[in-house]
Design a protein around this ligand. Structure first.
Ligand SMILES: Nc1ncnc2c1ncn2[C@@H]1O[C@H](COP(=O)(O)OP(=O)(O)OP(=O)(O)O)[C@@H](O)[C@H]1O
Ligand SMILES: [Mg+2]
Length: 359
């Protein structure tokens, strides 16, 4: 028996000559919450459909709970799928929607009742069983869809952008709910989203997908702090991408000259040698702003744009020769910079910017 609940091995999916998934491999542990994150058309739904058995891979192997799925039909798999558009029956009650799968399989009535009650409690819809779906809110429908998918106790729950139709507030509430539900049932969750914030909050690991290829499979922290590719760096949150050439090296620290003619000090650069090009990622919230900034990378700048964002303010700061930095300032920490045209200083420590692709 494998230590993994889901083993996706070198899966390729072609539609005619179009390659929708290109050599995708992921091993997923039991009880893990994995997000598939990427832009529209990158292959997320296709991978979920292969996992659920509605689509066959062109190449590669899929094992779930140790069993090869090649000849196993969707209804025989230990998976269940929550569709993006929920696909509930509006004229049936909440309870009937939840019990649908068990009704079809002609489960014992008392057993069905017991499990429906369990599910209503799990998704916090006690007392709503006899309501028609058409009389429930968006968030309640969401809960019904999840209860319906969990009632036959799948080992693996597949969710295709289940929260995308909800407004931000409700979506954040449901994110917390979903994590709680997952902890309670102990199932493995594979969650498709194109919302990076959602993936970061909910996941144990995230697979960032671009054009059918996994660009990086890592913890949210590693994806954010140490993106391996330019695509991952810019898709996950905001970042300043800076290109330059290594001019000198001392131990693991390098000096990089940017195309705008600035010299930057970067630590953790063991793998870079003098003369090589380097692409740096510098997150907007890692940059200090203010007249007294004296980090080991410090520059004079002029505020080119200011956007008030509530808890924080975003600045674009012109640092010379067309180099413009995006900076994010939390209010409590820094209230000194104010309006467009003001002169200021920006700075960051040499460990704050990092070279993309490096370990
Ligand atoms: N049955 C099909 N025949 C041909 N091409 C398909 C088929 N299904 C999907 N594709 C293509 O495969 C690619 C991946 O589609 P998929 O639905 O997996 O994207 P996605 O990542 O889920 O995107 P979205 O975020 O928009 O839902 C797309 O370019 C799509 O047009
Ligand atoms: Mg999709």
């Amino acid at each position: 028996m494998s230590e993994f609940d889901v083993e996706i091995k070198n899966i390729v999916k072609r539609f005619g000559s179009f390659v929708a998934l290109d050599d995708v491999s992921i091993d997923i542990k039991k009880g893990e919450f994995i997000s598939l994150l990427g832009p529209s058309g990158c292959g997320k739904t296709t991978l979920l459909r292969i996992l659920s058995g509605f689509e066959q891979p062109t190449e590669g192997e899929l094992r779930i709970t140790g069993k090869n799925m090649a000849t196993v039909t969707p209804n025989k798999r230990p998976t269940n799928l929550v569709f993006q558009h929920l696909a509930l029956f509006p004229h049936l009650t909440v309870a009937k929607n939840i019990s649908f799968g068990l009704d079809v399989k002609k489960f014992d009535k008392a057993e069905i009742q017991k499990r429906v009650d369990e599910m209503l409690a799990l998704v916090q819809l006690e007392g709503f069983g006899e309501r028609k779906i058409s009389e429930t809110s968006g968030g309640q429908k969401q809960r019904v869809a999840i209860a319906r998918a969990l009632i036959n106790r799948p080992a693996v729950l597949l969710l295709d952008e289940p929260l995308s139709a909800l407004d931000l507030k409700l979506r954040e509430q449901m994110q917390i709910e979903l994590k709680r539900i997952q902890r309670e049932v102990g199932a493995t969750f594979i969650y498709v989203t194109h919302d990076q914030g959602e993936a970061i909050t909910m996941s144990d690991r995230i697979a960032v997908i671009k054009d059918g290829v996994i660009e990086q499979l890592d913890t949210p922290n590693a994806i954010y702090e140490r993106p391996k590719t330019k695509f991952v760096a810019s898709f996950i949150g905001q970042t300043n991408l800076i290109e330059g050439v290594v001019k000198s090296k001392k131990g693991s620290e390098v000096q990089i000259e940017t195309s705008s003619g600035h010299t930057l000090l970067v630590s953790n650069a063991e793998h870079k040698d003098v003369g090589e090009t380097a692409l740096l990622s510098l997150r907007p919230e890692k940059i200090m702003v203010g007249p007294d900034v004296a980090e080991d990378n410090s520059f004079e700048g002029t505020i080119a744009d200011v956007t008030y964002k509530g808890g924080n303010t975003r600045y674009y700061i012109e640092v010379g020769n067309g180099w413009r930095l995006e900076v994010n300032v939390q209010h409590a920490a820094n209230a000194t910079v104010s309006s467009v045209g003001d002169k200021t200083r920006v700075g960051w420590s040499s460990s704050r910017a990092f070279i993309i692709g490096g370990e």
